[in-house]
Design a protein around this ligand. Sequence first.
Ligand code: ADP
Ligand code: MG
Length: 327
Amino acid sequence: VAAARGRRRSLDEFAVIERFFSRPARTRRTDVVLGIGDDAAVTRAPAGKDLVIATDTLVEGTHFTADAPARSVGHRSLAVNLSDLAAMGAEPLWATLALSVPEADADWLGEFSRGFFALARRYRVALIGGDTVAGPAGATVTVHGCVAAGRFVPRSGARPGDAMYVTGHPGDAVAGRLLLDRSRFARRGGAALIRAFLYPEPRLREGRALLGIASAMIDVSDGLHDDARKLLAASGCGADLDAGAVPVSGAMRRLFREESLPLALTGGDDYELLFTVPRKLEPRLQRLAARWCCPITRLGEVTTGKAVRWHLGGRAFRVPNLTFRHF
Ligand code: ADP
Ligand code: MG
């Protein structure tokens, strides 16, 4: 495939779509009436459900580095969007992809497409359209999902007395990003952390299972503390949270030691689910989550007022104001 520049641009654009995006559309769905290839896609909206729509952009230099594996960029462009659907309790249906690349590099596009479709297939998401342009490297994905009418989980539903929980191991992703920066790949446990950053798993099954149980939910993209504050601000509540309960992974603890907890609280890029549950539903949650592939951890309780307080060993714990965002 020649460079997507100048007069040949439209021909190359067609070739890129054909080779990398319309043929790998193995995730066919019967609710796609018309997919890639016409002026617009046509889908059949599920009866009795609300549509849930999210969009996110990844830009080189801001969200990924120039030397990031293209497969990871493809995976993450879809994963961050699916994570938003997960946080609403929605089931994914369809996606569109607006891709900007400086040139039609077949290796890069092939790997991007592999990363994107491996994830799309796993959750039965159909790519139904998009746009392909020459420009600085970046990808904007829009996902459409659905949820039983009126049943979505908002950020605003937390009430004083609810318990707050998080899935997985927050901090692993930022640890992985730091390991990539510091080129400490080989160190023990480092591979799992790097994988958490490059290939985050959207918690779609968990999000859907929390319908009817979670009172409020958000996905952790900006760091546990920041996203807890967002959820609680939307709910008009505060919280008392135990920093000692934050489920820092063993690999993270071994490699980052006293940095682990501050990183886990402020890191970001986790794509874990942070949610609140009324106390009387906690036994049901525990039974349900026992079957999940990721752990859940109780961080504390929602309170009246606006303050989000962390404590550690009986003392107030101030979340350090770390800025680890290198890119
Ligand atoms: P138009 O000029 O009418 O917008 P395009 O040439 O941009 O048409 O796109 C042709 C078809 O290919 C459309 O169905 C569009 O949705 C789809 N498409 C373009 N780029 C992508 C992409 N990166 N991934 C998936 N579908 C794409
Ligand atoms: Mg177009």
